[in-house]
Design a protein around this ligand. Structure first.
Ligand SMILES: Cc1ncc(COP(=O)(O)O)c(C=O)c1O
Length: 377
């Protein structure tokens, strides 16, 4: 079975983790934590990095930084992982949804303004499967309405966005360095992995201080074990950060490998008319975190059946996200009841992603493409 993802770890990871074990720095202090924070922030073009335990807690801390009042709203796409909604509800806020763009599957930025109310505090664009959200319109709306932009960059390590393309000086910027605060995941299937792990990035020293405090139980600097706010233990370990530092060193190679994989799939599958393949907008540099495909409804087959057929050919595939408005757990709580987002609903039914890991070989990729053709025949 060709797995949907397999991490690719090397000698450098082994060397750095061994150093942690030899020196005894295995908990949440040690040289690799700060190095990981500084290097990842610099790579993404942000000033401050705050390493946390995973991408879900990174989002929770990011929203925690802006201090929501009960009932404050945060606008996000329905087509995302539950972590985005949880980050808002656990902070006492209300998530508000928009549909996604049928080409990029990212948040449809043209739907955001209609959802802004006097209670809106933030917009949370989520870059999907390696392709950036069209951020300029989001940032313009945020400025116009005084909102904070919290980027969920869990799936786009190294992806780039052409910022200011309608102005005199367009400039390529890395995702996770575009909003006011961003959140990354370093789960095992991500471009950089620390096993479990996450990071909050920001240029704002106040958000950075707040994020550090929230991550570590809100200890007060003047007196340990004295608290004026509620915090969490969301700390990352030095052992995990050691893995991250080793991988940042070969980030260019990792991005190049993913772009090769995405382009190779597109070349081999491009003639199959009943499959929608990932696009790369002219203002985007895709990193193909996962190579997603959407099956045309005219085939009479949905993604679940397509995945079963692929499995029979030895290929593992995963279904797309199921929109937040289709989740019973939220309906029971009175959220998103009766809401419909047709693009997200269609791609949730018809979309899946193919094996996309860094360890995927050219021969395996060819085998996956052959299996796709057989499964559709
Ligand atoms: C868009 C997005 N946000 C957040 C997360 C949560 O990250 P984690 O699994 O590290 O908690 C993920 C996880 O894959 C994700 O895809």
């Amino acid at each position: 079975m060709i797995p949907v993802n397999e991490p690719l770890l090397g000698e450098r990871e082994l060397e750095y983790v061994t150093e942690c074990i030899r020196t005894g720095w295995i908990s949440s202090a040690g040289r690799f934590i700060e190095e990981f924070e500084e290097k990842w922030a610099a790579y993404c073009g942000m000033k401050y990095g705050i390493a946390v335990s995973n991408g879900t807690t990174a989002l929770q801390v990011a929203v925690g930084c802006i201090g929501l009042d009960p009932g404050n709203e945060v606008i996000m796409p329905t087509f995302t992982i539950i972590s985005c909604v949880l980050a808002v509800t656990y902070n006492g806020g209300v998530p508000v949804l928009v549909d996604c763009d049928p080409r990029t599957w990212c948040m449809d930025v043209t739907q955001v303004e209609a959802k802004i109310t006097p209670r809106t505090r933030a917009i949370m664009p989520v870059h999907i499967y390696g392709h950036p959200v069209d951020m300029d319109p989001v940032l313009m709306l945020a400025e116009k309405h005084g909102l904070v932009v919290i980027e969920d960059a869990a799936e786009v390590h190294g992806a780039e966005y052409l910022s200011g393309r309608d102005g005199p000086r367009p400039v390529w910027k890395r995702c996770g360095g575009l909003g006011h605060i961003s959140a990354f995941s370093f789960y095992a299937n991500k471009l950089i992995t620390t096993g479990e792990g996450g990071m909050v990035l920001t240029n704002d020293p106040n958000y950075a201080e707040k994020a550090r405090s929230l991550r570590n139980l809100c200890f007060r600097p003047e007196r340990r074990f004295f608290h004026t706010e509620l915090g969490h233990n969301f700390r990352l370990t030095n052992l995990q950060a050691a893995l991250g530092v080793a991988q940042i060193e070969r980030m260019d190679e990792i991005v190049a490998r993913k772009r090769w994989m995405g382009q190779a799939y597109t070349e081999r599958l491009g003639d199959i008319t009943c499959l929608q393949l990932p696009v790369e907008e002219p203002w985007a540099r895709h990193v193909y975190w996962m190579y997603g495909v959407v099956l045309d409804e005219s085939t009479g087959m949905d993604a679940a059946e397509f995945a079963n057929r692929l499995r029979a050919y030895g290929v593992e595939a995963r279904p797309f996200f199921l929109g937040m408005h289709e989740q019973p757990v939220f309906h029971e709580r009175g959220l998103f009841v009766g809401e419909h987002y047709p693009v997200a609903e269609r791609i949730a039914r018809q979309g899946l992603y193919l094996p996309s890991g860094l360890a995927l070989t050219e021969a395996q990729l060819a085998q996956v493409c052959a299996a796709v053709r057989e499964a559709l025949a």
